[in-house]
Design a protein around this ligand. Sequence first.
Ligand code: BGC
Length: 527
Amino acid sequence: MAGGGVVMAGDIKHYPGRTTFFVIMVCIVAASGGLMFGYDVGISGGVTSMDEFLAKFFPAVLEKKRAAAATESAYCKYDDQKLQAFTSSLYIAALVSTFFSSYTTMHYGRKATMLIAGIAFCLGVIFTAAAAEIIMLIIGRVLLGWGVGFANQAVPLYLSEMAPSKWRGALNILFQLAVTIGILFANLVNYGTEKMARNGWRVSLAIAGLPAIFITLGGILLPDTPNSLVQRGKHERARQVLRKIRGIENVEEEFDDILIASNEAAAVKHPFRNILKRRNRPQLVISMILQFFQQFTGINAIMFYAPVLFQTLGFASSASLYSAVIVGAVNVLATCVAITLVDRIGRRWLLLEACIQMFVAQTAIAIILALGLDGNYMPTYLGWIAVALICVYVSSFAWSWGPLGWLIPSEIFPLETRSAGQAITVSTNMVFTFLIAQVFLSMLCTFKWGIFLFFAAWVVVMFLFTYFFIPETKGIPIEEMDLVWTRHWFWKNYVPHPDTLAHPNGIPMEAMKTSKLEDGAANGHKL
Ligand code: BGC
């Protein structure tokens, strides 16, 4: 469960304490969880564009690639089900493991779940880096996928429960920043290992062992969160941990609030059944649709397959990997923009602006490919314009749909369904990530330049959905979130107005909440 009222993002209550060594360790663990995920996203495209790797595991693809110059369209060089399975097997495994990891986070704690993630990551790295047969490669990717499923469930919860409340929002996006750094790191490693005479791909896959070891050590050495300890009846240990992470002796106020929240959460017997109730419909629909849209921006077509895509544009192997590094760096920098803007100009503005920018960039890329790519040849200057347009596209994703696809679900679910909401969010994301990984190269082969128009069309749908159905949540405390729905032109049909609900202390809830919401509205929120 995602802790209690005192640990919500955007909460207005602050407890005494200072930033301690343990809190810094928490950030490092979070970074290694995100790095690991990002590294896995970024590494496969580079590895699959290396000839030595293809010769060993996918000789048919290598043959096709070599023959392509004379016989086939550039768009189909890499169209191969097994090659796509290498990339996508990780995400299907992550999807399945999310359901186990939501159980282990609840019953055995966040720490134990991170340890499981770390062990799965380490085994996955051994299998992939040492692979002698394609089956070892796939088993390794499945193990890495288990790691991703367990880490993506446990690490964000671990972070939000350990961090001082004033850091909580920023930490959420820092996790995404770590993901983008992981992708960039993978691109850089590929750029270096591609130059090795032999076994470059093994080195690329083995370096993932570094963050894997880190998260494993975190799972062994770090304490569990106070919330998780309370939830499992270990009250004294929870107090000790609170004292350690806050750096003060008297932690009773925070401890009492955790206890109350834990009891409330325990009273909800069936979070997954609960989440299907009509009053939770807006949160459920928005969280799931955000994941669908996030993936149908086409971002992972670029993140997974950038080097392959650049080779399709006629770049040589090292220029392709070099371009992937540029795109990766833009992704990291633009995520920093999100961190500074998200609480100032709000979520809606970023999402809407990005749709326009993505639409323009994708349409322009389609036009350049349609007019410029002749068989296997494209003038170099047009190739570089395409790379620049991909950077325009990736930057808009990175300051909007990337981080907000994760941030918004984490702030709109009420306490009793938050943990189930997180599991559904992660698994929905994995379903669509899997789909894109599995079909992109075939779609590229069939649709050719039209693939970019396909994604651009989805961006139009996303713009309209955001405009009409996603309310602004900037600066609104989580416990006030219901009012966002009750005042929304459409969602008010699903969420009962607070006037009709009795409050335990007899004060009408509407009267209690209006003042805080008005504070928010005065800061420029649109509902
Ligand atoms: C998405 C990933 C994507 C990454 C790119 C994340 O928000 O969930 O699928 O690869 O952003 O930076």
